[in-house]
Design a binder for this molecule. Sequence first.
Ligand code: UT7
Length: 323
Amino acid sequence: MLRSQIVGCGAYLPERVLTNAEMAEIVDTSDEWIVERTGIRQRHIAAEGESTSDLAFAAAERALEAACMKGSDIDLIIVATATPDNTFPATATKVQARLGMTRGTAFDVQAVCSGFVYALTVADNFLKLGQARTALVIGAETFSRILDWKDRTTCVLFGDGAGAVVLRASAGAGTTADRGILSTHLHSDGRHYEMLYVDGGPSTTGQAGHLRMEGREVFRHAVVNLASVINEALEANNLAAKDIDWMVPHQANRRIIEGTARKLGLPLDRMVVTVDRHANTSAASIPLALAEAVADGRIRPGQLVLMEAMGGGFTWGSCLVRM
Ligand code: UT7
């Protein structure tokens, strides 16, 4: 049985840091409110002229370096993004060209904040079917470009960034003791479109539009859906929450992460948390957090890591991996 192993992680954050104090100069908010309600203290913002593909490329280069591989070694690139450089072509093809990869396949996946889990699932299926041997899966976003900077209920919540992983297919016996992706579970429910969406697009207004969110409603659904998708992953693998070494959750709100940990009975110190420094980077948040915890030695080879996310659509999902 083929299994997709994570053999390298990389991350990139734009240089410019925007603090909550600076936010309070833009909209009627305060550091106190933002920290208390979300846990966010700062976010990174892409420079003028710096696009999603620039962030994606930088994260990809670092992931390839960690995997001791070159762009030409990669068969498949998937970029998860809701903020592509252009309506078309896919941002992934821009990254492909910059990496010097002239063969294989590159395309984008759009599931907003669940995008990275969706992209990992697609790549995992390619590898398991033998349709690719290696894959670069990237989550990259420049949400600062689709924020309404006059709307305090949304603009304080998001940031820009990118994270990437390199996957390699390897033959395993198919048990949870083997390294690699053990399971993926995806869900969506399009009835909730209006709770989190962008009020523009090429076939509606012709403009990129701005992010709109019913925060309280999204919060309510997130807590329920995330608990359910985590239990689904645990049951599918005959595991209990205590068997998980690390949770790498989507970073939307510290209170959601803490609520999830409480529901599972997992200590908070087994959750990788970056929301305080990165804010919500949508599809980039999980690979950014994963790369950080791998780089600082918290996540080690052989450990069980559960990633989960929920985003616009609604979409939600999980990925369980033995590192
Ligand atoms: O990544 C995709 C998934 N996204 C999420 O998971 C986000 C989920 N939602 C949330 O994280 C939270 O709902 C928010 C952080 C968006 C909001 O927190 P909340 O505790 O649900 O606040 P609220 O929307 O109920 O607003 C409470 C109050 C309101 O004032 P009133 O009506 O009580 O007088 C808001 O107008 O806080 C006010 N408020 C603010 N005050 C200062 C809203 N935004 C701000 C702000 N600064 N930035």
